[in-house]
Design a protein around this ligand. Structure first.
Ligand code: SAM
Ligand code: SF4
Length: 336
């Protein structure tokens, strides 16, 4: 099947059309964010990770079946060896309308320009705080300046959108929301505030105690700005607001707990090991690594498996911050 096929064949049991895939290209990372992974994270053996060629062929099959948006994520995608080759190859596929990246920004000083040249349209940079000591605490090892330098380089490259992603935690960074928005206004970029999701075991903090709802953040920001709801949609779950008098910055909220977004879910995720996850918050999955490795070069087998997987997509997630049972999968493997 050609990649220019426009009829989307990926419809689930609930009538939702999947036109968006997030590809986690590695579970490795140069940071250790406290909400994402444990300090002594056990990474997947390299032989179990998909090769870049396998990732590309899976991506091509998805595009052939109607997907037109891809987000490359991880782990930290820019620490994967030869990752630029994947961006260059995907960027050449005409049917792919939106090629995006989520990164912690540490490597952007080197990669922003080549990524733009490869055809990356939008970049999300994760940044939870503007204070160097807090940044070091929340990432366990990070250097704030390195991320800021990367972000500035990306801003200078004129992508369609640069957005900060900030996970908000009580007693960690919840008092910095206004500072972060001001930082974005000064640079003409967007920001999304994210409610922490209970993925993977976590002995660093009590997730129910650090939970900060999007509504609390919104109420806080309303003390400083006139905030206007919009109908703006990118491919993801973000609800966007405009700021009166600051046209170049939108404020978004990703609120898995307080504003469930499953009804309009249009996406699936491929883990770094090649497991196709039909929902971020459930374990329903299809092992695409097994499909590609047991049927080398067989595009039809891969496409059939992807089409069949749509029957597994569940109605929605069941995140519960107070539950004793958590999904064992950490966000770095899942592909946030
Ligand atoms: N390393 C890259 C980065 O940090 O942007 C890409 C991968 S990271 C897993 C993708 C996004 O997931 C980041 O914006 C991060 O803040 C977010 N994230 C990680 N763990 C999370 C959690 N438990 N709940 C909500 N968001 C999380
Ligand atoms: Fe690394 Fe991103 Fe997870 Fe932070 S959120 S540890 S930067 S993968």
């Amino acid at each position: 099947m050609s990649e220019s096929n426009t009829k989307n064949q990926l419809v689930d049991r609930f009538g939702r059309t999947v036109n968006y895939i997030r590809l986690s290209v590695t579970d490795r990372c140069d940071l250790r964010c406290v909400y994402c992974m444990p300090e002594k994270m056990k990474f997947v053996p390299r032989t179990q990770l998909l090769t870049l060629e396998e990732i590309e062929s899976i991506a091509r099959s998805f595009i052939g079946l109607g997907v037109d948006k891809i987000r490359i994520t991880g782990g930290e995608p820019l620490v994967r060896k030869n990752i630029l080759q994947l961006f260059n190859n995907l960027g050449e596929i005409e049917a792919l309308r939106d090629l995006t990246l989520t990164t912690n920004g540490t490597q952007l000083k080197k990669f922003a320009r080549p990524l733009k040249d490869a055809g990356v349209t939008r970049i999300n940079v994760s940044l939870d705080t503007l204070r160097a000591d807090r940044f070091h605490d929340m990432t366990r090892i990070g250097d704030l300046q390195q991320t800021l330098d990367g972000l500035d380089t990306a801003i200078a490259c004129d992508f369609d959108q640069i957005k900060l992603n900030s996970v908000v935690m009580k007693n960690h960074n919840h008092d910095e929301m206004h500072d972060l928005v001001k930082f974005c206004i000064d640079r003409g970029i967007d920001i999304s505030f994210i409610e922490e999701m209970p993925l993977g075991d976590n002995d660093h903090h009590d997730r129910a105690a650090t939970y900060c709802s999007s509504d609390e953040i919104l109420a806080d920001l309303e003390q400083h700005y006139e905030i206007i709801p919009t109908t703006m949609k990118t491919a993801g779950p973000t609800r966007y607001y405009r700021l009166a008098e600051h046209d170049n910055t939108r404020v978004g909220f990703i609120s898995p707990h307080s504003h469930n977004f499953c009804d309009s879910c249009n996406r699936v995720r491929l883990t770094a090991e090649g497991r196709l996850l039909l929902c971020l918050g459930q374990e329903h999955s299809m092992d695409l690594r097994r499909v590609v490795r047991s049927n080398p070069g067989d595009k039809q087998a891969l496409e059939n498996a992807i089409i069949d997987s749509m029957q597994l997509k569940p109605k929605g997630h069941e995140f519960d911050l107070n539950s004793q049972t958590v999904l064992l999968r950490h966000m770095n493997l899942t592909g946030g």
